[in-house]
Design a protein around this ligand. Sequence first.
Ligand code: ZN
Length: 255
Amino acid sequence: MIEYWADNSKNELNQRTFPVMLPFGSTEQHGNHLPVGTDHLLANAVVSNLVDRYKTQIDLSILPPLHYGKSTEHANFPGTITLSAHTLLSTLYDISLSLKRQAIPSLVILNTHGGNVGIVDCALYDIRMDYGIDAYAIHLGRIFESLGGKCAFPYSMHAGYVETAIMKHCYPEYERLYAITPDKGIDTAGFTKLTDIQSLISWGWATEDISAQEGYMGDPSQSTAEQGRKILEAAVDVLFEQLKKICMRTKGRTL
Ligand SMILES: [Zn+2]
């Protein structure tokens, strides 16, 4: 059964042996056509679709999400609130310590923001070695990339095709923003700069290097709510397959 951790009482959670999943998003600018909560709203959308369609098929407890992430690259735009690397690492370690005290066997971090990738991947090894918890990360952006077509780079980086389509499907209440979805397509010059430099180099870029004014990267112009529904379902299917592997590994493991 897939459940929400916060819905249980202390007795119900006593000696819980499920793997747990921590949704990890951000609060950052997503252009003018999406709200700054997009990354954690996407995490909520993915989790509720997973619960709706796969609730009875695996044992998993969903932790309350982290709504702030490492958004340094967007720091010069209004709406962005970023935590530092050491704050986030400490947060992940503190959560892991609490889980360790309750003998939780494994932790899956469901990350919906590109800027969190380095922090999360670094933390996994420490969580495993220092807290004895099998630690995994699933980066939603990689699942979208795996779907190919317009779900992949360069159409769907930040506030591009995928995020805009899923937001339109799951959160119609932001219609006032979707009405100003830009129609100029991809900023080719910005992306050329990014791909040229990053072919053999890791670059600490800032959003204004790629998208000086608009703040989005990719092409949100053709995204529709119906495409968002299809992408969300396809992504959750892939997510479920990964979670199944993790749940199978966890079964029978004792700390
Ligand atoms: Zn985003």
